[in-house]
Unconditional design. Structure first.
Length: 702
């Protein structure tokens, strides 16, 4: 590799980022500006031209998909395999470290990793014990995750309950949850990074060892890091100071997962000699789409200024369609797709439909089905989340770690073994009394004369089964799965319709040892679902991050949905909604279609909807407004009729030109409201769409 070949095809700012090799670097990379490409080229420059050992470059990405893309680009550039290098997600790289070092924290190195479902089962058991409504478990688990991501331990919470705003009952759940994880020799996702940080902070010699090992650190999607992940990067970078982070504060949309936008804002303060390079040339979208995105995001005050530009043609203007209700909106989307498909320029796989909340998808799906248009739901149930796959992996987890109580409870009656609820209660009470795992409690019961022969017989068969499998833990993971099928009869229990998936699990596991396979399957995330061929993609706006499509529809551009009603009264939340809309807009390459409804059935009631306040921020020269009239045979909510007497002498119908004393001439797009408070939506060339009350607006018909 030569310097010339390395830099081929890069713009001047990208070249600067690639060639910067010493000291901290912040790459502010706007949407579609090629930041992953820059990081891959930077890795190649360090390893090939600067002769840095590839194994000493720690490269951290946010998702498995992003890590895979990074590896592929590096391999294409260098012509060398990335196998064994430190390239992966924060959880996966932390797991590699903890597998070697976690015994320093009082855990065994064969710890298991609980996914969200496993953690949910554990929290629900705590709530049951404390007589707290079990339906609250998702919210409680989310709060625990936020605390862990912020490096707040149960002990710190108990000592500062007032500061963190949590009550005593929640604190008890957090304490018991943490103790149960430790007892089960289990870690949840947040523990992986949190405990790696604790390892380094509590054991300076271990930190020093890894600081020497990692001469350079690269972090992708830096705006999505939480405090725990940023702290990990800081600790490792504090010796050499060779840390390069790439991200875009305008795309920080995961606050609900613990991501902290201040990380990217504080980087220059934390690394005071940091170089900052802006990547503002967008290679994805047309200029009209970028103008709309810029108009939306520029309103946010707490952002690092940047302006995306493209040398692509301006393209089609962004279209905003106002419809009567959600059914008409769905028909508009489906009909527009039909017209695009018939013209032959785009196939179904070129098209994505985005929405704010999952409930919006139902009526759109119905319309697509009605027109025979194929679609798939991105981020649906992933392979590793299917029941039959989770069952077998739970067997494997118990084989690897018999103390894993959650996995054992899942499989003890799967297939059925007549170990009923009463028996399980006795086993759990024995485990609590002896402060041990369920498996050890079962062994103890076998020696206890206080239990019936029937209970002992059932448990004895299960213990014998598991002991036999545990002896096979050293075999290839694929062979172990075959042994589980053979000894448990699971294939017959699952039925033929599940057998294809169960056979595919063997293919996925072949050639791997048990622990490596369990780590890989546990760290797999549904967000990394691959795009299906030849079908329209449907997903939430949050799931769309990191993707791009030639044609994008965003449905529900209404106050209450975009922005979401939870965020409207909170500035920080409203700014995140604005960033979420910006992310959705910048997924589009050639064409962007926005739509909204005037009335929508949502959360079991029909509601009048107002157009999104974000529409007023869009530059009028880059988008056009259309109004979709309902089909004659459509069953729709009735249009609100406003008496002429309430509107004065002039009729402010759609299409009428009006003059406003401040904003000048505009065109009426809609009229709605009650008799004593008629409202109009007017598109003004200077300020965009405004919602006005006829009683106060002083409009003049022209």
């Amino acid at each position: 590799m030569t310097k010339q070949s390395l830099l081929s095809g890069l713009n001047s700012q990208q070249k600067d980022a690639v060639l910067h090799t010493t000291g901290p670097l912040l790459v502010l990379a706007g949407a579609g500006s090629g930041k992953t490409r820059v990081l891959a080229h930077r890795f190649a420059n360090l390893s090939e031209l600067q002769k840095v050992q590839p194994a000493s470059i720690l490269t951290m990405a946010f998702t498995n998909k992003a890590a895979k893309e990074m590896k592929e680009q590096i391999e294409n550039l260098t012509g060398k395999s990335t196998k064994g290098l430190w390239i992966g997600t924060f959880p996966s790289l932390s797991t590699r470290i903890l597998r070697k070092e976690i015994n320093k924290l009082g855990y065994s190195n064969d710890f298991c990793i609980y996914d969200e479902e496993d953690s949910g089962h554990l929290v629900r058991s705590m709530l049951k014990e404390l007589k707290i409504h079990e339906a609250l478990y998702k919210g409680i688990l989310s709060k625990i995750s936020t605390l862990k991501a912020s490096l707040i331990t149960p002990e710190e919470l108990l000592a500062n309950e007032d500061s963190y705003g949590f009550d005593e009952k929640f604190a008890k759940v957090y304490v018991r949850y943490s103790d149960a994880l430790k007892q089960n020799n289990a870690l949840d996702f947040d523990d992986l990074t949190r405990l790696t940080v604790k390892l380094y902070e509590d054991h300076p010699k271990i930190l020093s060892k890894y600081q020497k090992e990692f001469e350079h650190i690269l972090v992708d999607e830096f705006q999505d890091t939480n405090p725990s992940q940023y702290r990990l990067a800081q600790l490792l970078a504090s010796k050499h100071n060779n840390i390069c982070v790439a991200g875009d504060d305008d795309q920080s949309i995961y606050k609900f997962k613990g991501s902290e936008i201040r990380n990217i804002h504080n980087f220059k303060n934390d690394f005071q000699k940091a170089t900052v390079i802006h990547l503002e040339q967008n290679y994805r979208s047309t200029q009209h789409i970028l103008n709309v995105a810029t108009g939306v995001i520029n309103v946010s005050k707490d952002r690092i200024p940047k302006k995306l530009w493209s040398d692509r043609i301006k393209g089609d203007k962004v279209c905003y369609c106002s419809t009567l209700n959600e059914k008409e909106e769905a028909r508009f989307i489906s009909q527009s797709i039909k017209e695009l498909y018939q013209k032959g320029k785009y196939t179904f796989k070129d098209i994505a439909i985005l929405y704010r909340v999952p409930q919006q998808s139902r009526v759109i799906e119905e319309s697509l089905k009605e027109n025979g248009q194929p679609y798939h739901m991105f981020g649906g149930i992933s392979f590793y989340k299917r029941k039959e796959i989770k069952d077998i992996i739970s067997y494997m987890k118990v084989v690897a770690n018999p103390d894993d109580t959650i996995s054992l409870k899942r499989i003890i009656n799967c297939p059925p073994r007549q170990i009923g609820a009463a028996t399980m209660t006795k086993i759990e009470n024995e485990a609590k009394k002896k402060e041990t795992s369920l498996f050890n409690a079962m062994k103890s019961i076998m020696k206890n004369n206080g239990f019936s022969a029937s209970i002992k017989d059932k448990m004895g068969k299960f213990i014998t089964l598991m002991n036999g499998l545990i002896k096979s833990r050293k075999m290839d993971a694929g062979e172990l799965i075959k042994a589980i099928y053979d000894k448990t009869g699971y294939l017959e229990y699952a039925g033929e319709d599940k057998n294809d998936n169960l056979m595919e699990l063997i293919n996925a596991a072949e050639g791997q040892d048990l622990r490596s396979f369990l780590d890989r399957s546990s760290l797999y995330r549904g967000l990394d679902t691959q795009q299906a061929e030849s079908s329209i993609t449907m997903m939430t706006l949050h799931s769309a991050k990191g993707l791009e499509f030639p044609v994008v529809f965003i449905a529900g551009i209404e106050d209450g949905l975009m922005p979401h009603f939870h965020a409207i009264k909170d500035k920080a939340e409203l700014d995140e909604e604005r960033r979420l809309f910006y992310v959705g807009i910048t997924r589009a390459q050639d064409m962007l279609m926005l739509s909204g409804a005037k009335r929508r059935q949502l959360y079991a009631s029909v509601q009048d909807q107002q157009p999104s306040r974000f529409l007023a921020d869009i530059p009028t020269e880059s988008y056009k407004v259309v109004e979709k009239r309902p089909r004659a045979d459509a069953i729709s909510a009735p249009r609100i009729k406003v008496p002429a007497s309430a509107m004065g002498s002039a009729t402010y119908a759609t299409g009428v030109r009006v003059k406003h004393p401040k904003w000048g001439i505009g065109v009426v797009r809609d009229t709605y409201g009650e008799t004593d408070d008629v409202k109009v939506m007017v598109n003004f060339p200077v300020v965009g769409i405004k919602k006005l009350s006829l009683k106060y607006a002083n409009l003049e018909k022209i």
